[in-house]
Design a protein around this ligand. Structure first.
Ligand code: RIB
Length: 308
């Protein structure tokens, strides 16, 4: 699978806290570490570790963080189509609580400078089998990439995280939307707590396949005009959920071998295994498993529960 990922790269500044601070509250951190992250980089590395050939379109600052993230991407075997820009490399401040839940603030920095696709970037997209996008880069660039993919015939997977800027027009032009429940409700313009099946039916109405990730509950797949399919998650002890959604998206992209319902279910099963491994480890990029690790995990789980 020849995958192009266009998206963000951030240096994640991760604080382990007893609880996520409330407004006006000061809490002391129990530990601190910095890790490579950013939804684009995480997904590119997840796809590469899962066996795809990956090119990554990204904007990095001319600083130590930018050099470190570029090296991490190359170490994962990714071909970088990177721009050096006059802005600091993106950063994310992340609080992780003892249940592994997190809260994230991103300073886009260089990611905000990923505007106006170059001829080389367009060429990469038009020659890809699959294009993977998120919403941590400017919306106009995401739209331009979707248009370039349409010229070459690449399948477009949009992970609408964060969901700001996602229009119904964009949904009509992509093939697969991957969102969590919160993002699904925001895009559909429905209140939090709206049932996932109802959100799925609303979003597939725009013509794309929709996968709603449900954390410990697994994922729900909706193909327009067909009955939804639920793929259960694996039960594991979560340490840090940061980047687990990205591990899911990248692994899904690498494993997708068609757009039939069966192919979507197979790729989603593989992706839920990758995410189950990721939540048991700290950090975004360091938590992302290799193909071999996912295979071993799946073999072990199928011995434990033969029905899966
Ligand atoms: O999805 C997790 C990622 O969100 C982190 O790595 C952080 O950088 C933000 O982009």
């Amino acid at each position: 699978m020849n995958v192009v990922v266009l998206g963000s790269a951030n240096l994640d500044l991760v604080y382990e806290v007893e609880r996520i601070p409330a407004p006006g509250e000061t809490v002391l951190s129990r530990g601190f570490a910095s890790f490579p992250g950013g939804k684009g980089l995480n997904q590119a590395i997840a796809a590469a570790r899962a066996g795809a050939e990956v090119r990554f379109i990204v904007a990095l600052g001319r600083d130590d963080a930018g050099a470190r993230l570029a090296e991490d991407a190359r170490d994962a075997g990714i071909a970088l189509l990177d721009r050096s820009v006059d802005a600091p490399t993106g950063t994310a401040v992340i609080y992780v609580d003892p249940r592994g839940e997190n809260s994230i603030v991103v300073n886009s920095g260089a990611n905000g400078e990923l505007t106006d696709l170059t001829a080389t970037e367009r060429e990469a997209i038009t020659t890809a089998d699959l294009l993977v996008l998120q919403m941590e880069t400017p919306t106009a660039t995401v739209e331009a990439a979707v248009a370039a993919a349409a010229k070459g015939g690449a399948t477009v997977v949009l992970n609408a995280a964060p969901s700001t800027g996602v229009t119904t027009d964009l949904l009509t032009e992509i093939d697969i939307l991957i969102v969590n429940e919160h993002e699904a409700a925001e895009i559909a313009g429905e209140p939090a707590g709206t049932g996932e099946r109802s959100l799925l039916s609303e979003l597939t109405g725009h013509g794309c396949t929709v996968i709603i990730t449900l954390g410990e509950q697994g994922a729900l797949i909706g193909v327009p005009g067909e009955e939804p399919v639920k793929v259960p998650a694996h039960k594991v002890d979560a340490q840090d959920t940061t980047g687990a959604g990205d591990a899911f998206v990248g692994a899904f992209a690498a494993a997708l071998d068609g757009l039939t319902k069966d192919a979507l279910v197979r790729a989603t099963e593989f992706a839920t295994s990758a995410a189950a491994i990721a939540v048991q480890r700290k950090g975004a990029v360091p938590s992302i498993p290799t193909l071999e690790e996912v295979r071993q995990f799946r073999e072990q789980r199928s011995r434990e529960t033969p029905s899966r």
